[in-house]
Design a protein around this ligand. Structure first.
Ligand code: PMP
Length: 449
């Protein structure tokens, strides 16, 4: 099977950036973690439409490729940062019972304002983060991509600019641009060359320079895995006084101890939005439930742009029942974090350069040819993610067996695939301390192929 085998038009997990198609050039990071070829609007506008449909399509969409990771039938799927563990049987039973009680009510529209679900999310957030918010401060959608799109619909649009810091989650630019918002690829690593770090000074300087209406921060960041220094958030809020600042915390539950959530800043900042999802730690990606927390006033205006009844009754119900069983749903988080740290340790021992991670995945570099390694892993029955960063791949921490399958395959491949594979790879691992953050040049604004 090859990377080209994913059916055409199949976008996989929409929230997950990056078909592993024709990827970026050496030394460049494509739009965050994507690897599909995406034409810049001016390039696309200049192309000759190949059909009637192409002629009628918005010029800035012509030539773009639908977005998503391959959904391949492979034994070990570690490419979309899902939780590998199934929903516990007793939670499945509770969900079935709750659904049974309401199916005869499907003739009616659902509660447009998902009142009960908001209460459940509020209770969960207080328990998970210690931050207490009101149900009026919570908004939900079919995955956090949808709530992100509500924010862009309300605060972006033609004539407005959104800023993010590459490499980061590639749906941020895609949502922005498809909703007519100009996207600026800010840079990471300007504080210290060849790193993925984003410093408060660098973020603030870029925010001042571009005068955005929306700034996207991602912490822990996908695809690099590491949480942002907390002071970046305040620095960006100060430097961009006319911007809504979104902190995408899709992976918050996996962060290492001591990592502070942006939720703790909400009380002081009416322009701050924190997005989260049940797709990752909560093991509920198929349930499609993402949410955000912000000031009640900000949440209220999102009602102007959402489609009526956007959250179906079954979605509201299954999410509520899952939240009622939050402890059981999250029971696997520590196991997954352990597997993540194991990946960092073993890959470092093999001479690869894993990035220290606060998420359920690890970005690792030091590969001679990431596409060759991606294919070799696939041939060994392990699907990982080519995120479009030269010499790097990203792997999700699976259950212990899946993680072992990946690490065994990498151990076999390392002598040929890892550039600085040590002659004696069996030495004890220096673990995360040696985790490296090397990346070659990041693209200048708007120069990605
Ligand atoms: N934010 C980030 C950083 C992500 O990685 C993802 C999914 N990969 C999402 C948001 C969207 O997830 P979902 O729509 O499933 O909530």
């Amino acid at each position: 099977m090859s990377r080209g085998d994913a059916p055409l038009g199949e976008t996989g997990e929409t929230g997950e950036a990056g078909q592993t198609g024709q990827t970026g050039q050496v030394g460049q990071v494509e739009h965050a973690e994507q690897a599909d070829h995406v034409l810049q609007p001016e390039q696309a506008a200049g192309t000759v439409p190949s059909s009637e449909v192409q002629r009628l399509l918005r010029p800035d969409l012509r030539g773009r490729t639908a977005y998503g990771a391959p959904q391949l039938d492979v034994a070990v799927r570690l490419n979309t940062n899902e939780n590998s563990y199934p929903v516990p049987a007793h939670v499945v039973e509770a969900i079935l019972a709750a659904l049974g009680d309401e199916l005869d009510g499907l003739n009616r529209y659902p509660d447009r304002d998902f009142t009960e679900l908001r209460k459940s999310l509020t209770a969960y957030l207080e328990k998970q983060s210690g931050v207490s918010v009101t149900p009026e401060q919570v908004w939900a959608g079919n995955g956090s991509n949808e709530v992100l799109s509500h924010v862009v619909q309300a605060f972006g649009g033609p004539g407005r600019t959104a800023l993010g810091f590459t490499p980061s989650y590639s749906m941020h630019p895609i949502i922005s641009e498809t909703l007519g918002t100009r996207w600026v690829d800010g840079l990471r690593g300007t504080g210290a060359p060849d790193t993925f770090d984003l410093t408060a000074d660098s973020a603030a300087e870029q925010a001042r320079a571009h005068r955005p209406s929306i700034v996207f921060l991602c912490s822990p960041n996908n695809p690099t895995g590491t949480a942002l220094p907390f002071e970046v958030i305040g620095a960006v809020l100060d430097a961009a006084p006319d911007a809504i600042v979104v902190v995408d915390e899709a992976y918050a539950e996996f962060a290492r101890p001591g990592t502070r959530s942006a939720l703790t800043l909400l009380a002081e900042h009416p322009r701050l939005v924190v997005t989260r999802t049940m797709s990752k730690a909560f093991a509920f990606a198929g349930g499609r439930l993402g949410y955000l927390v912000a000031s009640a006033e900000l949440v209220d205006v999102l009602r102007l742009v959402r489609l009526p009844y956007h959250l179906s009754s079954p979605t509201q119900t299954i999410a509520r029942v899952a939240l009622d069983h939050a402890d059981d749903m999250l029971a696997t988080v520590e196991v997954i974090k352990h597997q993540r740290d194991r990946i960092v340790e073993v890959l470092a021992r093999l001479g690869a350069t894993p990035v220290a991670s606060d998420s359920n995945f690890v970005l690792f570099g030091g590969l001679a040819d990431e596409k060759a390694t991606w294919q070799a892993l696939l041939d060994a029955g392990v699907l990982v993610r080519d995120v479009g960063i030269a010499h790097h791949l990203r792997v999700t921490a699976g259950d212990p067996d899946e993680t072992t399958a990946f690490l065994e395959a990498m151990t076999r491949l390392a002598p040929d695939h890892v550039r600085s594979h040590p002659a004696e790879p069996a030495h004890p691992a220096p673990a995360a301390s040696r985790a490296h953050r090397s990346v070659t040049h990041l693209p200048a604004e708007g120069t990605q192929p």
